[in-house]
Design a protein around this ligand. Structure first.
Ligand code: SAT
Ligand code: MN
Length: 612
């Protein structure tokens, strides 16, 4: 079958990868774009596409002095976050999607979406984006190719991934890749005027874990459209990781150097919009400690030959929540952004061509808000959407650890799990062992945020902060975590597992105030974590795990009320008893997929709390 001669660029493919060529041709025939562009990732291409986006009104170029080579974007007001209700895991067997995912049979989903894709790129350009998650010189580079009719996606993928000619060349004629198909679902009729943010009310974010494919339709927003990120690096990669014995996790990666110049690597999982970017770039308030960043959102972890768990960051950029980011909370993010080359989405625009968002000092007298309307400090509405984002190259981060680009990754010493909870969960708890740590991760709970469409502030279980990202049955996922720890310490393998901790920066007092100052002061908790690894910090046994003893946290120079300290560290038996039925209900969902050792952990907790 040959493509219509009208699809310009289809035959100018700079590759002879026959599987890729066939797929591109098939998609072009189905979606009927006006032209096909093979992205090379060059600065010339960036310039051309950003110029086009400025002409189309999707981007506004920011002031060159203040924000070099940076842009302001506003989405359609209905297309501002991940759509979990519209996200599907299309495994062959419904049981493999499990009780936490939406499911549709792959053939059925493909039928529905093929109908939607038919002609969906009419009047637009289809871009072919070859990309690689993780370093290109990895022994087994993790390739993907995204086909999209959104030039905004092309610019964002250029920041977030290694992409373009280099990748295509490395793929050669036959490398495996994850095909990622994305369409805005907004065909343009001849002569019709375009809108600044095309999208469709109907949305599907579909994953086919067995065939390792991603099909996305109707949304231009980050997590729904930058398919290398959540869709590939978490949902599809988690299924690969299960099959191949590694972990794909929603974790930042950081390097800590102690005053004695010893280095430690920490991976930490928090739900979206709970401060991963801030923690990854933290400026310690305690003397002599240093933090360097390796990643702020995703970690892939594999055991090395020495038995340690090595993490790499598959991404190449940061896609951080903007509001609340400022010189006080995250100076390193501000320095990263000051270097330019960034796209800001759904923040406010100042009259002199800069950006502003809530939390960034005093507001100017006038702004254009994220909806494109006039805004003044007495407006009732927020100037920036709570899930507004900056997208910026990670190599602009002034505290980037050079190892971030090492395909071998870094050996993880500690894993932190954390959520946003106003009560119950102490500032920091150390798991007794790996299985107890997996229990803490599996029962992690957090108040919902604006990162996903839906109600904000509702407590839900968010296991390992992966609830929206586990690409298979979460019961099997817990089993995989348990299996990853097997053999450690019993002489059967040389595995040396990281210690696991559970943290909560968000506990509040009866008056609603945050009890712990957070941000740079979290270095005090990290210090305790390191000293626990070194075996020199004090801890006391509580029913829920080991917590710092009264004097074990370094609180030097911190103005913290004794009552607040007690309250933020407290293990309140009544609050924990109230969690038990919720955890039991949560575990029951997984039927016999739930590893028995996790039920045993719950029973042991009940016994320690004196619950029948
Ligand atoms: O939009 S993303 O899904 O990439 C950000 C997030 O929710 O973590
Ligand atoms: Mn995230």
């Amino acid at each position: 079958m040959s493509a219509p001669a009208t699809v310009a660029g289809l035959d100018q493919a700079p590759t002879s990868h026959s599987k890729l060529l066939t797929w591109v041709r098939e998609v072009a025939e189905l979606t009927t774009p006006d032209s096909v562009v093979w992205c090379d990732g060059s600065t010339g291409e960036w310039k051309r596409i950003t110029d086009e986006l400025v002409d189309a009104g999707t981007l506004v170029r920011l002031d060159e002095e203040k924000r070099p080579n940076s842009f302001w974007a506003r989405t359609d007001p209905t297309d501002v976050a991940r759509v979990e209700e519209r996200t599907f895991i299309c495994s062959v067997d419904e049981a493999d999607a499990g009780p936490t995912n939406n499911w549709m049979a792959p053939a059925e989903m493909k039928r529905v979406m093929t109908d939607l894709y038919r002609g969906s790129m009419r009047g637009r350009t289809m871009y072919v984006i070859p990309f690689c998650m993780g370093p290109l010189d990895a022994p087994n580079p993790m390739f993907g190719v995204e086909l999209t009719d959104s030039p905004y996606v092309v610019t964002s993928m250029r920041i977030m991934t290694r992409m373009g000619t280099e990748v295509l060349e490395k793929m050669g004629d036959d490398a495996e890749f994850v095909p990622c198909l994305h369409s805005l679902g907004a065909p343009l009729e001849p002569g019709a005027a375009d809108v600044a943010w095309p999208c469709n009310e109907t949305k599907y974010i579909s994953h086919f874990p067995e065939t390792r494919e991603i099909w996305s339709y109707g949304s231009g927003y980050g997590g729904n459209s930058l398919l290398g990120k959540k869709c590939y690096s978490l949902r599809i990669a988690s299924a690969m990781a299960r099959d191949e014995g590694w972990l794909a996790e929603h974790m930042l990666i950081m390097k800590l150097t102690s005053p004695e110049r010893k280095t430690y690597y920490v991976a930490a999982a928090f739900p979206s919009a709970c401060g991963k970017t801030n923690l990854a770039m933290l400026e310690p308030t305690i003397p002599g400690w240093k933090v360097e960043t390796l990643g702020d959102d995703i970690a892939w972890m594999r055991f090395g030959d020495d038995g340690r768990l090595y993490a790499t960051n598959p991404e190449y950029g940061l896609f951080g929540v903007a509001p609340g980011t400022d010189w006080k909370t995250n100076p390193n993010a501000m320095r990263t952004l000051a270097k330019g080359n960034s796209v800001f989405t759904n923040v406010a625009l100042t009259d002199d061509g800069d950006i502003w968002w809530e939390g960034m000092g005093d507001p100017p007298g006038h702004l254009t808000d994220w909806k494109g309307e006039d805004w003044t400090p007495d407006s009732d509405e927020l100037s920036s959407h709570p899930n507004s984002r900056f997208c910026t190259p990670i190599n602009q981060c002034p505290i980037l650890a050079p190892e971030y680009d090492d395909p071998r990754g870094v050996p993880i010493d500690a894993i932190l799990f954390g959520g946003r909870r106003r009560d119950t969960i102490p500032l920091v708890t150390e798991a007794r062992d790996w299985v107890h740590g997996v229990y803490l991760g599996a029962t992690l709970s957090s108040e919902t945020t604006a990162a996903a469409a839906g109600k904000v502030g509702v407590v839900r279980r968010d296991p390992m902060a992966m609830l929206p990202f586990i690409g298979y049955n979460a019961g099997d996922y817990f089993g995989h975590w348990i299996a990853m720890g097997k053999g450690a310490g019993d002489g059967a393998t040389d595995k040396k597992l990281p210690k696991i901790f559970y943290v909560n920066w968000f506990r509040r007092g009866d008056d609603g105030r945050f009890l712990w100052p957070g941000f740079g002061e979290n270095s005090r908790v990290l210090k305790w974590v390191v000293e626990r690894i070194e075996g020199r910090a004090g801890a006391v046994e509580s029913p829920v795990g080991m917590v710092p003893s009264a004097t074990a946290l370094d609180l030097d120079g911190l103005d913290l009320d004794a009552a607040d300290l007690e309250a933020v560290l407290r293990v309140d038996a009544d609050e924990w008893k109230a969690e038990i039925p919720q955890v039991a209900e949560w575990f029951t969902k997984f039927g016999d997929k739930l590893p028995g050792v996790l039920w045993a952990e719950l029973d042991a907790l009940k016994a320690r709390l004196g619950v029948e």
